[in-house]
Design a protein around this ligand. Structure first.
Ligand SMILES: NC(=O)c1ccc[n+]([C@@H]2O[C@H](COP(=O)([O-])OP(=O)(O)OC[C@H]3O[C@@H](n4cnc5c(N)ncnc54)[C@H](OP(=O)(O)O)[C@@H]3O)[C@@H](O)[C@H]2O)c1
Length: 231
């Protein structure tokens, strides 16, 4: 079974997502407080976003004498909530298997080395394989459900991970905290980085689920993906 997928983001009125020039005193709260109101068993981010939470110490390269088979590893651990990272080449290192109260699950391809798998096993971090060289995101979601019982996933960015799930047609709902700022940086990351240029792909159309004014000048807009709808 595929879990229900809600993508949640904080964006400027021009759809940018990096807050470098927005001048907010506490930009985390505008993302985190609405996010905490969305019921989900797991949050999922791209490798770049997760590197803000993973270890800053990259261990010295070790070679391991045994070849560790490329099979899913479900760590024994008590947590019921999960922090999932799309990390195809294994670039995130861990001091612990938790981010806050959530158990870490690495989503890998079979490109990763035995030394990297040994690191994850040593830290008791769970991992699943989503493909040989490229990820099959539908398979990834199905494994998250089957191996960890995850029924709802909140995708928390960044733009590339959102874009790849959008392009694969796997997002059911989009939750946008619309910040009252125009960023204006040409080429800056946007909410959905799916594809360069205009090809055959059509835009994803939403229907409005709810809209709420928050923190005086922000809007929290929730949309449902309207499969097959034309405007
Ligand atoms: N405003 C907000 O609400 C918000 C929320 C989250 C993050 N952010 C910001 O967004 C920025 C990061 O966004 P980002 O788009 O650069 O990075 P990202 O989406 O966090 O991570 C992108 C990386 O994830 C891996 N990845 C994602 N989708 C994949 C797929 N389908 N197949 C294989 N690999 C895949 C790749 O890793 P490899 O490169 O290792 O192959 C890719 O380079 C940060 O500045 C962060 O602060 C903002």
């Amino acid at each position: 079974m595929k879990p229900y997928v809600i993508c949640h983001m904080l964006g400027s009125v021009d759809g940018k997502i990096k807050q470098d020039i927005w001048g907010f005193k506490d930009h985390h709260k505008y993302f985190e407080e609405p996010a905490a109101k969305i019921k989900a068993d797991a949050w999922l981010v791209g490798r770049v976003t997760m590197q803000e939470f993973s270890s800053k110490k990259i261990p010295a390269k070790k070679s391991v004498s045994i070849r560790i088979p490329k099979v899913d590893f479900v760590a024994k651990q008590p947590a019921k909530k999960f922090a999932v990272v799309i990390d195809p080449s294994g670039k995130c290192y861990w001091d612990t298997n938790m981010v806050s109260t959530e158990h870490v699950i690495e989503v890998l391809t079979e490109k990763v080395s035995s030394a990297y798998l040994a690191h994850l096993q040593e830290k008791n971090v769970s991992y699943i394989f989503g493909g040989q060289a490229e990820l099959d995101l539908k398979l990834v979601l199905e494994k998250l459900n089957k191996l960890f019982g995850i029924k709802t996933v909140r995708i928390d960015g960044g733009g590339h991970v959102n874009g790849s799930f959008l392009k694969a047609g796997l997002i059911d709902e989009f939750s946008l905290v619309l910040a009252p700022v125009a960023d204006g940086t040409i080429g800056a990351l946007s909410v959905f980085e799916a594809e360069k240029g205009y090809g055959k792909r059509k835009a994803t159309i939403f229907t409005l689920k709810s809209v709420k004014k928050i923190y005086d000048d922000f809007l929290w807009i929730r949309y449902i993906v309207a499969k097959g709808k034309k405007l």
